[in-house]
Design a protein around this ligand. Structure first.
Ligand code: FAD
Length: 292
């Protein structure tokens, strides 16, 4: 099923779309661990699962396509295959699009990918909107396009306002649904939505939520994300600095609180960054299932 249709149906029911994100296991030999995770995640009855793609744009690696196709075929869950473009040629992109189409994938998230300073990249595509144009040109009838957005502005942008101006290029290029970068302060999300709607961006926006349940995530994810940290969040981290089990419970509770507040404010969708950990995602879902 096409993802924009899912948002339309859920909006008509007055419910948020509930989706999950997974990534291909780094080692090929752990390939099947993703299916064990999806098997467990099934209980949450997600509206779709999205599968990330490496920024390196290596077309020899077809794991995103394979995983997205398998989840759809064997688990009956709709999928979104991510695709980055910064290190791809037009031919590479065409190969990937053909592969998605041949694998019965109907939804693609068009992304630029991060630019690593000093790394040699192809740069035939400068921005995600150019990838969206290419997908539209190749097969607008067969694939729907999603895109990324940033409640606190993308790290390269001068301001949130200019980032939102640039976001309009994506919408103009055919992106029909947006999913946000992770954030911990819902007020930032509400501010972003107000600015985006005021700026004429009317496509559905799902809030990307990452439950923080381990100290190692604080350095790796929280600090790198550049997301604002409200007092409630920093207090939680401080309170459980030496208590891993307490942090695990509090991190899930924090994510549940964020989701419940977002749903009560009428969010179009909740997208959980699962980090391939089904237990955490299921615990968050259990905390919000009465609202889904
Ligand atoms: P763009 O939309 O191109 O934006 C990048 C910057 O350029 C922004 O500052 C923007 O304001 C500016 N800009 C955009 N368009 C224009 C334009 N036409 N002219 C001038 N400036 C412009 N990375 C991966 O490698 N693999 C993944 O699977 C992946 N999945 C993601 C999923 C989500 C939901 C999110 C939020 C991010 C994901 N990322 C992924 C990370 C993403 O690749 C990076 O954040 C990247 O730096 C920007 O990608 P983008 O598609 O938003 O780029």
């Amino acid at each position: 099923m096409r993802i924009p249709k899912i948002y339309e149906r859920k909006a008509a029911e007055g419910k948020p779309v509930f989706s999950l994100e997974v990534f291909p296991p780094k080692r090929k030999k752990n390939k099947d661990s993703i299916y064990a995770a999806v098997e467990k995640l099934r209980v949450t009855d997600p509206d779709f699962i999205s599968v990330t793609y490496g920024a390196g744009g290596n077309i020899a690696d077809d794991s995103t396509c394979e995983i997205a196709a398998t989840i759809k075929r064997d688990y009956g869950i709709e999928t979104v295959a991510h695709l980055t473009c910064i290190n791809s040629t037009r031919e590479d992109v065409q190969v990937m699009i053909e592969r998605f189409r041949d694998s019965n994938i109907e939804n693609v998230m068009a992304l630029r990918g991060d630019i690593v300073p000093g790394e040699d990249i192809k740069r035939q595509f400068a921005h995600a909107n150019e990838l969206a144009i290419e997908i539209q040109r190749k097969c607008s009838d067969d694939l729907d396009i999603l895109g990324a957005c940033y409640p606190e502005g993308h790290y390269e942008s001068e301001s949130l306002e200019s980032d939102i101006q640039n976001l309009k290029y994506k919408i103009g290029a055919g992106v029909k649904v947006l999913i946000t970068q992770l954030f911990f302060d819902n007020r930032e999300f509400y501010k972003f939505i107000e600015l985006a709607r005021g700026g004429g961006i009317n496509v559905p926006v799902s809030a990307g939520i990452m439950p923080i349940v381990k100290a190692s995530q604080i350095e790796k994810t929280v600090q790198l994300s550049g997301a604002s940290l409200p007092h409630k969040f920093t207090a939680m981290i401080a309170d459980y600095e030496h208590d891993p089990e307490g942090l695990y419970r509090a991190g899930i509770e924090y994510a549940v609180g964020q989701c419940r507040d977002l749903i009560e404010h009428g969010v179009d969708g909740i997208h959980i960054y699962t980090m391939n950990d089904p237990v955490v995602a299921i615990r968050v879902w259990e905390g919000i299932r009465d609202l889904l």
